[in-house]
Design a binder for this molecule. Sequence first.
Ligand SMILES: [Zn+2]
Ligand SMILES: [Zn+2]
Length: 181
Amino acid sequence: MNKAHSGAIVLDLEGVDEGRNVINFAVSAAGIEFADPYFQFPSPIEVDLLINRSLHTLSVKASVRFALVGECCRCTGRAEENVKADSDFLIQHMVATPEELEAMEEDEDVVIVDPGKHELDLTGRIREAALLELPMRVYCRHDCRGLCPQCGQNLNDGECQCVELEVDPRWEALAKLNVQQ
Ligand SMILES: [Zn+2]
Ligand SMILES: [Zn+2]
């Protein structure tokens, strides 16, 4: 593994031994241009590559671990979460026939690398795998009570003085009727 340019993750194919290889390293989120409008990534992105090589075929299991910090969707407080992402793919280090190249374009789990090339940039693949696992919402804690809809008090800090408004269901039905007429 050599990181040629500005944190890019570049696999040196010649450096992968026949059989089982385990490669672990960490990169900064900024280094691999991993960014999101809703989350920050305060610690390095940890990447484990398990590579099984049989001649010109390399079976890769990549697992990516990172921490993210965002805003709790209920109370807007700080929420932190650990995320794990996986990407499994096959590298064929060989001359490909036009048919194989065509098939490869449809199958994103197979990468064909020309024998004249000895490096494969995995940055985009690792980044995509991580992006796919970003959560839709995060919580400061699993039982976050959120904010009072009336006064905005953070209910995790204690009860507010608001009285819950109760609507008689019969009145609600009547209100709907009025709207429709
Ligand atoms: Zn919260
Ligand atoms: Zn309130």
